[in-house]
Design a protein around this ligand. Structure first.
Ligand code: ACO
Length: 328
């Protein structure tokens, strides 16, 4: 019997209404629109309402994906939420979403892989569908990065945004996921982390005073690794299929920084203006949600056609990374 082909049978996204522009940020920290645009490619980002949690955005994106797939919540066999900004430590955001959707018979769990969360989630969903254990997996990547952003730190607060993307994976007749490559390097975990709030440094008045419940990043050092690692992840995903840069119709990368993406494309011999999907200008870095929203938008805008070879490529805290090749 031939192996099951696993692909995307529905996509959805949700972006909060509130736009925070670079000009708005000029009033909050010592920065300029020009610095942010030139160093990152970001013009504005979306910020969730105070009363809007990660699960709220996840539910919106999931409903859009269900509608797109013409499925009902009870058709879902498993829910995975990729997030580093869960509503709370437990219960998982996936369980909160399961209840809100009424996807009553679906097991549900979160994964914590930072910006590579959507890629790792696809890898997990792929295995469950390929093995025949589950027919339809709902994968949501949702982040409220604004909740872990230090609005006094100009080096990080200009980078992040909030949002959610969702995908339903299931069996497809042709194409689908052709290759998956994942990686991690825990020795570089200190480059990007939220130090307090976990069992190592539980919340106390002094952790709050020390601003340790916010994301801390060594941007310069990360930048250096990001280019090398993302280019390598792309290569490792393409290699088993014998694909070269020219064979790839569209790269849909994690949207961390336009300069990283241009440098990665150059290393792969790909024209970034034509073959790299970008929405960082509108949304900034939404961690795991970035790749998920980018995929949903690329398809929505007709940038992905049947038969196209698509590369998803991500890199993030952990460090973690991954590349996935899909035939659409
Ligand atoms: N506005 C104005 N000046 C600023 C700002 C700002 N918002 N932020 C920093 N600067 C200043 C710095 O203080 C520094 O000043 P100095 O030279 O007087 O010391 C100068 O600008 C240069 O700072 P760098 O940090 O060297 O700037 P760089 O060109 O590296 O850009 C950036 C910073 C955008 C953060 C970049 O390093 C980057 O994108 N890094 C990678 C981020 C990434 O990939 N993260 C991983 C994924 S995220 C995740 O997993 C959740």
């Amino acid at each position: 019997m031939s192996e099951r082909k696993v692909g995307f049978i529905g996509l959805g996204k949700y972006l909060p209404e509130n736009r925070l522009t670079n000009k708005d940020l000029e009033k909050i920290v010592d920065t300029t629109d020009e610095w942010i645009r030139e160093r990152t490619g970001i013009r504005e980002r979306r910020i969730a309402r105070e009363d809007e949690a990660t699960s709220d955005m996840a539910v919106h994106a999931a409903k859009a994906a269900l509608k797109n797939a013409k499925l009902k919540p009870e058709d879902i066999d498993l829910i995975i939420v990729a997030t580093i900004t869960p509503d709370m430590f437990f219960p998982s955001t996936a369980c909160i979403v399961q209840n809100r959707l009424g996807a009553n018979h679906a097991p549900a769990f979160d994964i914590s892989v930072a910006c590579s969360g959507f890629i790792y989630g696809i890898a997990i969903a792929n295995q469950f569908v390929k093995s025949g254990i589950y027919k339809r997996v709902l994968l949501i990547a949702a982040e409220k990065m604004s909740s872990v952003t230090d609005w006094k730190d100009r080096a990080t607060c200009v980078l992040m945004g909030d949002g959610a993307g969702a995908a339903i994976l299931g069996e497809v007749e042709d194409g689908g996921i052709l290759s998956v490559y994942l990686g991690a390097d825990g020795s570089k975990g200190d480059l990007l982390k939220m130090p307090a709030g976990g069992s190592r440094l539980p919340a106390t008045a002094s952790t709050v005073e020390g601003r340790l419940h916010f994301l801390k990043m060594q941007g310069n050092e990360l930048f250096r690794h990001a280019v090398r690692i993302m280019a390598n992840a792309a290569l490792k995903a393409a290699e088993p299929l014998g694909l070269k840069g020219d064979d790839i119709n569209l790269v849909i990368p994690h949207q961390a920084n336009i300069r990283i993406l241009n440098a990665v494309a150059k290393r792969m011999g790909i024209n970034p203006a034509k073959k790299v999907y970008l929405n960082i200008d509108k949304y900034g870095n939404m961690s795991a949600a970035s790749s998920a929203v980018a995929l949903a938008e690329a398809v929505e805008e007709g940038r992905v056609k049947k038969g196209d070879i698509i590369l998803l490529d991500a890199f993030g805290a952990g460090l973690t990374w991954g590349g996935i090749i899909i035939k659409w």
